[in-house]
Design a protein around this ligand. Sequence first.
Ligand code: PLP
Length: 227
Amino acid sequence: MNIQDNLIEILNEIPEKIKLVAVSKTKPVEDILEAYNTGHKTFGENKAQELIIKQPKLPNDIKWHFIGHLQTNKVKYIAPFVSMIESVDSLKLLKEINKQAKKNNRIIDCLLQFHIATEETKFGLNLQEAEDILNSPSYLEYQNIRIAGVMGMATFTDNKSLIRDEFRILKQYFTDLKQSCFINKEFFKEISMGMSDDYKIAIEEGSTIVRIGSIIFGKRQCSYSPA
Ligand SMILES: *Cc1c(COP(=O)(O)O)cnc(C)c1O
């Protein structure tokens, strides 16, 4: 298992305009550095605790995408450096991100995470909830966040047509929101969908960001333990 070869193969395979988030959750900093040494700079983590241990040990120009469920009390730890928070699923969280971004004198890019899978365990909004957030008076006051698009995870299944349908739904949500809330807003452009097992389908269905972990770094242990 050679991380650099895996990464380069995927980068060569996906269209150039699609961004790759190399999902490094549970993997040691050595592995991330190995991937980084190919020149790739965008990585994804899903736990704040883990990210804040790794981030200071790694190069400063890494663009960290936060892709997991984020508790409001953890936002302050990642707000100084995080590049994008892909997993915004409430107004309360958005409010806290705005507050912490402001403290750090930054504007943080966010994606709205949608629930598109049939599994109940996956986090995320439905279209109505997203529109409620975007139409709320407080959202309009948030100067330090920018909603750059949508994110979703398909059902974990071999049923490719179900996965495809779910990605189509996410794309439709994106199109609906673009029309209703982000017309002429250039920055609202991202559709983050596709993981190791389904990124090819996601790309066919209009993904602009794929989040890929195991086929780059290998299978994961259950949790991260810093050496
Ligand atoms: C772990 C994870 C990924 C990557 O999963 P792989 O199947 O290893 O590619 C992508 N997105 C999210 C939100 C994740 O938690």
